[in-house]
Design a protein around this ligand. Structure first.
Ligand SMILES: NC(=O)c1ccc[n+]([C@@H]2O[C@H](COP(=O)([O-])OP(=O)(O)OC[C@H]3O[C@@H](n4cnc5c(N)ncnc54)[C@H](O)[C@@H]3O)[C@@H](O)[C@H]2O)c1
Length: 264
């Protein structure tokens, strides 16, 4: 694993010397920021990924595993989302992730760099930043509970997501890195195959934390996808991935993490 500014090819080249395995997680991670600053998205999520691949190629890296996103599916109403569906990116962020997936395939085909792309759905876990308005909904809800502040739900709360606990994402990454039968730019959904509404999510969090806060509702965010759930049969079959954490287990771990932070 290497660390370095992905917009700085020289620094990346230096950091990759002697490295065999690269997990490329760095990104401009906010869809909203990518809409506001498409050129930054281009520099980090497209050019930055290209820099990583080129540095990996030159350094003789064996395999790169890329974090991409369910955002590439866009608003196509068909569920569950399968990797064979036509991508319909609706933001610079989603387009950047899709470009990264294609570059991964190209670097595998053209230069023999082993490559696997993982399309993360909604990842959550302890120590996730919940302070920003751009944070994921679970970390924001958890931060609201921590601060004793009523959460805001954009829309009616009936929108659904496929939330996957971070340790299951780690499992997928390790399998993607060590499975010999893949490495040609394959794409895998990383999720649970379970669909849950934001209202239900809030109820579970309330139950775990004992909070009696009531959510406030605001207008739905423009471009917000209504429903999302993954078909995970490909990653099950090809990588032997199996999600191990229920929503309740993941959320309990998240709230425990917050509890520990509070007493530090
Ligand atoms: N969290 C999710 O639900 C989710 C869903 C889909 C995809 N992803 C992807 O997973 C990856 C990890 O996301 P995360 O949720 O942990 O977010 P995060 O913000 O915690 O991690 C992103 C990291 O990228 C780093 N970064 C940004 N620009 C950089 C640059 N130029 N050079 C080097 N590092 C840079 C940031 O400092 C940050 O540490 C990202 O690629 C993201 O797009 C996350």
């Amino acid at each position: 694993m290497v660390e370095g500014d992905i917009c700085d090819p020289a620094a990346l080249a230096g950091a990759m010397q002697g490295v065999k395995h690269v997990f490329h997680e760095a990104a401009l991670v906010s869809v909203t920021v990518s809409v506001e600053h498409p050129l930054d998205n281009d520099s980090i999520n497209i050019r930055g990924t290209l820099n990583v691949l080129q540095a990996a190629r030159e350094a003789g890296v064996k395999r790169v595993v890329l974090a991409t996103s369910a955002a590439v599916y866009g608003n196509n109403p068909e569920l569950p989302k399968r990797e064979t569906m036509l991508p319909e990116p609706e933001s610079p962020y989603a387009l950047g992730k899709l470009a990264g997936e294609y570059y991964m395939k190209l670097y595998s085909h053209l230069y023999g760099l082993e490559a696997v792309s993982l399309r993360y759905f909604n990842v959550f876990g302890p120590r996730q930043d919940g302070k920003s308005m751009y944070s994921g909904v679970i970390s924001r809800f958890a931060d609201d509970i921590r601060q004793g502040r009523a959460p805001t739900i954009f829309g009616d709360g009936g929108q659904t997501r496929d939330f996957v606990f971070v340790k299951d994402v780690v499992q997928a990454n390790l399998l993607a890195m060590k499975t010999d039968s893949v490495g040609k730019g394959e794409i895998f959904n990383v999720a649970t195959g379970r669909q849950i509404t934001l209202l239900k999510l809030w109820e579970i969090l309330k139950g775990i934390s004992g909070s009696d806060l009531k959510p406030g509702f605001k207008e739905a965010r423009i471009g917000d996808i209504r429903h999302s759930v993954a078909d995970i049969s490909r990653i099950r079959k090809d990588l032997g991935y199996e999600p191990k954490f229920s929503m309740e287990e993941g959320l309990s771990a998240l709230m425990d993490g917050l509890g520990k932070e509070r007493t530090r």
